[in-house]
Ligand binder design. Sequence first.
Ligand code: ATP
Length: 197
Amino acid sequence: MKVVGLTGGIGSGKTTVAGFFKELNIPIYIADEAGKRLMNTSSEIRQEIIALFGEEAYQDTLPDRKFIASKVFNDKDLLSKLNKIIHPAVEKDFKTWLKDQSSEYVIYEAAILFETGGYKKCDFSILVTAPQKLRIDRLQKRDNSSVEEIKERMNNQWNDVKKSQMADFLINNKELAQTKLQVEHIHHQILKAGKNS
Ligand code: ATP
């Protein structure tokens, strides 16, 4: 079964695009949600995070996400250490999930795919893009975030030019109807590639 990585900068529309693949009966695995779930449920992860950030990182059994985010925000080394705890656990969880799927391919949605090298484990990669202004407008509406906050988060991610050179497929997510057509086109290309391989 093929694994198709789906990524894009914050507010580009990854989850919206994933929804269109779901309508085509393609199973979706959302890595960021899995990471959050595993932080809540895995005692091994809890121990490793406490070893890295101290007892304050968990309140009872649940992670203090604000505290952890504030620690890693301007500390790339600490962020990379946190990722080294979460990513292998997500990978293991994904492999278990994959065994239960039966379709030509699955979508693996992750906010960072090229940055982590995760795209190398995918058969194809899709990058969702949208003009920065549109992304900011959408995130302001969805999360009530400030423009400064959104821009700061955007600056922590690779830019679209760099990522688009590495992606197999690009989706320009402006009008929803156009986005859906692009998803359908890519879906057929992936199915075709599966038949030819
Ligand atoms: P994040 O990086 O925060 O996980 P994301 O890349 O998954 O975000 P979405 O959650 O899919 O992005 O989209 C962000 C917001 O923009 C959502 O409220 C969504 O409904 C809206 N949105 C996405 N695409 C479009 C579009 N083409 N037209 C209008 N609104 C859109």
